[in-house]
Design a protein around this ligand. Sequence first.
Ligand SMILES: [Zn+2]
Ligand SMILES: [Zn+2]
Length: 304
Amino acid sequence: MHRSGATMAWNVFKFCTALRGLGSIMILLVLGVVGVTYYAVVLTNFGPALSAGGLDSLVAVLVLILFHSLLVMLLWSYFSVVFTDPGSVPPNWRPTIDEERGEADPLVGTEFSNVQADPNQRIRYCRKCNQLKPPRCHHCSVCGRCVLKMDHHCVWVVNCVGALNYKYFLLFLFYTFLETTLVTASLLPHFIAFFSDGEIPGTPGSLATTFLAFVLNLAFALSVLGFLIMHISLVAANTTTIEAYEKKTTPKWRYDLGRRKNFEQVFGMDKKYWFIPSYSDEDIRKMPALQGLDYPSKPDFDSQ
Ligand SMILES: [Zn+2]
Ligand SMILES: [Zn+2]
C-alpha cells in the first residue's frame, strides 16, 4: 500500500517536473510566435507599405496602429497571468461559521477527514497540503499546492489560472483573438499572392516568414476562439472549468447569481478596469470574491 503510493507519487512528480520544464519553453514559444508575426507584419509588409503612397499607406497606418495597440494589451495581459499568484490558502485558514443557523464549530471533536457539516457545502481537507480547503479551492498537482478557485493549470502561462489571475487570463484570450484575427485578415492578400502566377516581390526569407505568420495566426485565431466561447459561457454561469465537470452531478449551482453579477465577480464593478489586467482598490475591498476565499451564493440556496 505504502510502496505503491510512493511509486505513484514519484511518477506524478516526474510528470509535473516535465510540465514545469515545458512551461519555460512555452513562454519562449509565445515570444517566438510574436517575433515571427512582428517581423512579417511590421518589418516585411506594412512598414515598407507606409511609403507606398495613396490607399496602401493609409491601410498600413491603420494596421500598424491596431497591431501595436493590441500587442501591448496582449503582452500586458500575458505577463500579468504569468506573474500573478492565482491565490493560495492563508495559513491556518478556517471557514466562517454560519452563526444564524447556530452551528457549532464542525471541526471540534471530529477528525478532519470526517468533516461534513453541511451536505451543500461540506468543508474539505487537502491531505497533500495538510490544510482545510476554502470553497471552490482545488489542489494543483503541477504547482504542488492548493489554488483558490482553481480553473486549470495552463502550460502556456507556466502558472495556474485561479481566483486572482482568471480575469487576466480571459483578457489574454480576448486580445490574442483580436490580434491573430487582425494579422490573418491583413496578411490574407499576401497569402493569396503565393498561389498566383505573377512575380511576388520580396526575398525568400521574408516570403517564408509571411507564409508562416499567416498559418500560425490563423491556427491561433481559430483555437483561441473556441476557448473564448467556452470561457464566456463559464463566466456567465459562474463556474470554473473544474466545477463545470463537477456540476454534472449537482443540478443546482449555488454561485450562479445571474449573468451581470457573475461577470462582475470576475471583472469587478468598475467599468474602467474591465479591459485591463488590473482591479480598482475599491473593488478589491468591496468584493470578497476577488480575494478568492468567500463567494456569495444564491439567497434561496440553503433553504431549499
Ligand atoms: Zn492542496
Ligand atoms: Zn497549477
